[in-house]
Design a protein around this ligand. Structure first.
Ligand SMILES: Cc1cc2nc3c(=O)[nH]c(=O)nc-3n(C[C@H](O)[C@H](O)[C@H](O)COP(=O)(O)OP(=O)(O)OC[C@H]3O[C@@H](n4cnc5c(N)ncnc54)[C@H](O)[C@@H]3O)c2cc1C
Length: 275
């Protein structure tokens, strides 16, 4: 019995799409394990992905130069963010686990989902000067990117034409999700779904459902804790942390590589896992 809550943020226009099938499979598998599942079907909701002054209600503090971050921080503190943002924030607050289900667009989120992130993960609610990375507001939550691609898996290897999937994922998983404190679980990547056999697609759905049965027990991907950085000057790795890793073959992370080879598969598997 889970008793936990998941939020699936979903971005695809078509109910006949493979992404829709992945979303349905996740919802059914989690509900079978007694999760409460909330869904934000972004195209269905016609979610507004464009940041504007209308994201706060009432008068802005500085109407002559609307500073989005400062105005939405104040609105969040005083409870006058736009209603659609507040509703989505309530869902995120309730969620122990957030799953993003989407087709990869230009090596990132589809615009509607990026807009959801930009508007819903607002200053104060999702991050702050003193609450970010491993100390971010969502540090007790887990998150997972589940996406489909047009490209082949081989294209996203260190020798592939589009480059290492670990590099592609770093800005999404570190720059957005870990930045807000989330424990980031290994991504669920369904490669080239339009060009594999029906049998392969059915297999992808089955293994996704199977994984979700025990998703809460999974260990997250490793990032360096904020305590490893000098937060009083420049936010760079502390000398002693760097020295302690000087003999390591690989850099600590994709971003903090210290000029060494990147740690293999560090954005697609938790360290030391059999995944
Ligand atoms: C703007 C844009 C940018 C893009 N950028 C990138 C990029 O940067 N990198 C990249 O790799 N790709 C990129 N793509 C390609 C995109 O990622 C793929 O087209 C997408 O991931 C395919 O997923 P889908 O759900 O739309 O597949 P669909 O085409 O909807 O589905 C694939 C197949 O699955 C079948 N299916 C549906 N339901 C089921 C089911 N229940 N069981 C079995 N089969 C089922 C469908 O009938 C279909 O045959 C981009 C596409 C666009 C439009």
């Amino acid at each position: 019995m889970s008793g936990k809550t998941a939020l699936i943020a979903f971005a695809h226009q078509e109910r006949t799409s493979f992404n829709y099938a992945m979303k349905e499979a996740a919802q059914a598998a989690l509900e079978k394990k007694d999760w409460t599942v909330l869904v934000s079907d972004l195209y269905e909701m016609k979610f507004n992905a464009v940041l504007s002054r209308d994201d706060i209600t009432g008068e802005p503090k500085e109407p002559n130069h609307f500073k989005y971050g400062a105005e939405t921080l104040l609105a969040w503190k005083e409870g006058h963010l736009a209603k659609d943002i507040e509703e989505e924030q309530k869902k995120v607050e309730k969620a122990d686990l957030v799953i993003f289900q989407f087709p990869l667009h230009w090596f990132g989120f589809p615009t509607i989902m990026k807009g959801w992130l930009e508007r819903v993960f607002s200053s104060g609610f999702a991050y702050g000067a003193k609450s970010m990375f491993s100390e971010g507001p969502f540090k007790h939550k887990k998150v997972l990117l589940s996406f489909t691609t047009g490209g082949l898996e081989s294209m996203t290897t260190p020798r592939g034409i589009t480059g290492d999937i670990n590099v592609i994922l770093w800005p999404l998983q570190n720059g957005i999700l870990h930045f807000c404190g989330f424990n980031v679980l290994a991504p669920q990547i369904a490669y080239t779904v339009a060009h594999v056999t029906q049998e392969v697609r059915v297999g992808i759905l089955k293994s996704w459902e199977k994984r979700l049965e025990t998703i809460w027990e999974e260990e997250p991907i490793r990032f360096l804790p904020i305590q490893d950085f000098d937060t009083s000057g420049g936010y760079v790795l502390k000398k002693e942390v760097e020295e302690a890793r000087s003999a390591d073959k690989y850099g600590p992370t994709v971003g903090q590589h210290l000029g060494k080879p990147l740690p293999p598969d560090s954005q697609v598997k938790p360290e030391g896992s059999g995944l």
